[in-house]
Write a protein that binds this ligand. Structure first.
Ligand SMILES: Cc1cc2nc3c(=O)[nH]c(=O)nc-3n(C[C@H](O)[C@H](O)[C@H](O)COP(=O)(O)O)c2cc1C
Length: 396
């Protein structure tokens, strides 16, 4: 007993000390320690929402050609980190590819704020396919980016101001996994968000009416139950669940209890006891079902991003749009949480996948993102790695 009290005291003291390493990238001046603008913008991109918080990004810095003019800009390539895929719940790596887009858009907004244009060429060596892609992902960058100082930005004008107002939200935005309350989004809010979409291939749809809400709530709860009770699937999430300070400091990725509204002493206690009495996957799944069901029931609005095709380029663009969407919603005080289970492509989910598509999409369309939205109390951020962990230098 004495030992337990001692360990509790030590954990509480540890928590009340300096900022833990996994929160350093969330500090607004974190990027300033790097001289290279490419690393500075990557330090912002790292804060983007991403599937299971695996942070599946590799940035390859391209050496400038000798004697080149400064106006040719500094460039880098973004690759998918194949060590950080989710083969069980995201077999075609669709969500991982969307997460490349969230990174790009967040970095783009930061670059514009810092006075650089961020010219993106998607899949300069062609797309990786929808199967057998692991090797190709290592050979084919998702994007080549050129950063140029003092060049006429494509966001000058309304878009530029809009994007600049989103910059500070990069550090505040969070995926909120608590109960939501209040009224559904009003017309002005929905229109404000819809104007962000300038991708002809993508559509934003909001759902506020009782009939749709009931259907979506039921579908999403059924899908959570299915995933939570399918051993190989829930084990993938469990593997990325960081339930102790030690794990968070060591891995600096994954899902934590903090986004579910736990913080301070209560968080410390739960983390401490979950270390003592490790849960098996079935118990873990049951707890997840309970909290997700409660949260889904309270959401006053749902939204979907629906695409006309399902190419890799479209998936990246979905992520770019989603990053904008969440940053803008955050400026409006609106919280959100993606609920991806019914959109996942593993065989056990196929019935629910069909149902949600038959109900809410046209023939041939793909629902890329399904999110719940509303007002909520603040929650803490998820961990992030050091930006230098995702940076590599090109060989030539
Ligand atoms: C493509 C995609 C799918 C996601 N699916 C889910 C989901 O099903 N459930 C959930 O709670 N969060 C989901 N998220 C949110 C991520 O888990 C979240 O962004 C990540 O854990 C980092 O946390 P943060 O957004 O608070 O920084 C998804 C995010 C993306 C980009």
């Amino acid at each position: 007993m004495k030992n337990i009290v001692l360990i509790i005291l030590i954990s509480v003291c540890a928590y009340s000390g300096d900022i833990p390493n996994y929160y350093e990238p969330w500090q607004p001046d974190y990027y300033q320690q790097f001289d290279d603008i490419r690393i500075q913008v990557a330090a912002h991109g790292l804060l983007a929402p991403n599937a299971h918080n695996t942070q599946p990004w590799i940035i390859k810095l391209i050496e400038p050609i000798e004697d080149s003019q400064p106006s040719t800009g500094l460039s880098f390539e973004l690759y998918t980190d194949t060590e950080r895929l989710l083969p069980e719940t995201d077999p075609p790596a669709r969500q991982i590819t969307i997460s490349q887009g969230t990174f790009l858009e967040t970095a783009n907004i930061a670059a514009n704020h810092l006075g650089y244009t961020f010219a993106i060429e998607l899949f300069p060596k062609g797309e990786y396919g929808s199967s057998d892609f692991k090797q190709k992902m290592q050979e084919k960058p998702v994007a080549r980016i050129i950063l140029t100082e003092n060049f006429v930005s494509r966001f000058i004008g309304t878009n530029f101001r809009e994007f600049d107002s989103m910059y500070k939200e990069i550090f505040d935005r969070v995926t909120n996994r608590t109960v939501y309350y209040g009224e559904p989004l009003n017309d002005e809010e929905m229109t404000g968000l819809q104007t962000l979409n300038d991708y002809p291939n993508l559509t934003f749809v909001f759902f506020n009416d009782n009939e749709s809400l009931e259907k979506i709530r039921q579908l999403t709860i059924d899908a959570v139950e299915l995933e939570a009770t399918t051993e190989s699937k829930i084990k993938e999430t469990e593997r990325l669940f960081r339930d102790s300070e030690k794990e968070k400091k060591e891995h600096r990725d994954g899902i934590t209890m903090m986004s579910g509204g736990l913080n301070g002493f209560k968080l410390q206690m739960i983390q401490f006891f979950s270390n003592l009495f490790a849960l098996n996957w079935e118990k873990f799944g049951q707890i997840w079902i309970k909290s997700e069901t409660r949260n889904i029931q309270t959401a006053p609005t749902f939204a979907m991003i629906i695409s006309n095709d399902n190419s890799r380029t479209t998936q990246v663009e979905t992520g770019m749009l989603y990053a904008r969407f969440q940053l803008k919603a955050s400026t409006m005080g609106i919280s959100m949480q993606p609920l991806s289970q019914s959109l996942q492509e593993f065989p056990e989910m196929s019935e629910l996948y069909k149902q949600v598509h038959n109900e809410f999409a046209e023939n041939g369309q793909t629902i890329q993102m399904l999110v719940r939205m509303g007002r909520a109390d603040n929650v803490l951020h998820s961990p992030r790695r050091d930006v230098m962990d995702i940076i590599i230098q090109s060989e030539n």
